[in-house]
Design a binder for this molecule. Structure first.
Ligand SMILES: [Zn+2]
Length: 275
C-alpha cells in the first residue's frame, strides 16, 4: 500500500481558496482561513519574480484521489512530469462532490457553507468566482451541465459554458485559452467518478476514464504553454476527493478514510517572456 492509502494527510482543503486568491491578485473569499499554502506562493514568486500571475486555469477532474494517482505511476507520469509542485490536502467530510467543491472555491468549512451531504444548492456565500469578478477578472466556468460547481456557483458575474460531455468541456477550455480572452478559467470533468460508481475504482473502464482526464490535463497544459507566452500563468490540477471499493464491490466515496479523504493537487507556473 502507498502511504496515501493508510495515513491521513493534514493540510486542510480550506487553504486552497485564499491561496489561489492571493496568487491571482484578488481578495480572499470572506470565510477563508488566515492560513495559506505557502509552497504555492513561493513557487509563483520563484518562477515569476512576482506575487501573482496574470492568468489562472483550475482543472477539476472529479474523484481522482491521492492513492489512485500514486498507484498508477505510468498513467499519471505526464501530470507529475509537467507539474512544478504537488500539495497533499485533507479534503472535507463527508467527501462528497458538492461538500468538497463548496469548500474548494470558498475556503469555508462544510459547517460554514452548510453543504454536508450530496445536495447541490445555490451557494450564495462569497467565493473565488465572486472575488475574481469583483476584481474585474474576466472569468469562465466550463463544466458538464447540472453538476455541483455550476449549480453551487450559479448567478455570478462570470461566463458559463455548460455541456453534456467531458470532451466538449475540454474542447471549449482549450478554445478559450487559445482565444486569450479570459483571465480565469475553471474546467470540470467527471467521467472517472461516473464510471467508478458503475464499476469500481480500478476497473478497466474507470482507468480508461482516468487516462482521458490526464489527456485533458495535457491538452490544457499545451494550450497554456502555446498561447499564454506573454504573461505569467498558473495551472491547477485540482480534484475534490478520493474513492474506495465497497464490500458490495462497487466504487463509492463519503467515508472518513484515507482513500476518500486524501487529495493531491498538482500546480504549474508558466513564466511569461520578459523583455
Ligand atoms: Zn466528486
Amino acid at each position: 500500500m502507498h502511504p496515501s492509502e493508510k495515513k491521513f494527510f493534514t493540510t486542510p482543503l480550506t487553504r486552497f481558496a485564499p491561496t489561489i486568491a492571493d496568487i491571482s491578485g484578488v481578495e480572499a473569499p470572506a470565510m477563508s482561513p488566515e492560513e495559506r499554502v505557502d509552497e504555492i506562493k513561493e513557487l509563483v514568486a520563484l518562477k515569476t519574480g512576482r506575487s501573482s500571475v496574470d492568468k489562472v486555469v483550475v482543472y477539476n477532474p472529479d474523484a481522482l484521489g491521492a492513492w489512485f494517482i500514486d498507484k498508477y505511476t505510468e498513467m499519471f507520469r505526464p501530470l507529475k512530469e509537467k507539474s512544478d509542485l504537488r500539495v497533499d490536502y485533507l479534503t472535507m467530510f463527508p467527501p462528497k462532490t458538492p461538500v468538497c467543491f463548496g469548500t474548494m472555491f470558498t475556503g469555508a468549512t462544510p459547517a460554514q457553507h452548510g453543504i454536508q451531504a450530496y445536495v447541490k444548492p445555490h451557494l450564495k456565500i462569497d467565493s473565488l468566482f465572486d472575488r475574481w469578478a469583483a476584481a474585474g477578472k474576466k472569468t469562465a466556468m466550463v463544466s458538464v451541465a447540472g453538476q455541483s460547481i455550476p449549480l453551487l456557483f450559479q448567478g455570478r458575474n462570470i461566463d458559463y459554458f455548460l455541456y453534456a460531455t467531458d470532451g466538449a468541456v475540454i474542447d471549449k477550455t482549450v478554445e478559450l485559452i487559445n482565444s486569450g480572452e479570459y483571465d480565469v478559467i475553471e474546467a470540470y470533468v467527471m467521467e472517472y467518478d461516473t464510471v467508478m460508481h458503475l464499476t469500481h475504482p480500478k476497473s478497466v473502464f474507470a482507468k480508461n476514464a482516468a487516462k482521458r482526464h490526464v489527456k485533458g490535463f495535457e491538452r490544457i497544459y499545451d494550450a497554456m504553454r502555446n498561447s499564454y507566452g506573454d504573461c505569467d500563468s498558473f495551472l491547477a490540477f485540482a480534484p475534490d476527493h478520493g474513492v474506495h471499493r465497497e464490500w458490495y464491490l462497487l466504487g463509492n466515496h463519503g467515508k472518513n478514510i484515507p482513500e476518500d479523504m486524501n487529495l493531491s493537487h498538482f500546480y504549474t507556473v508558466f513564466p511569461g517572456k520578459k523583455d
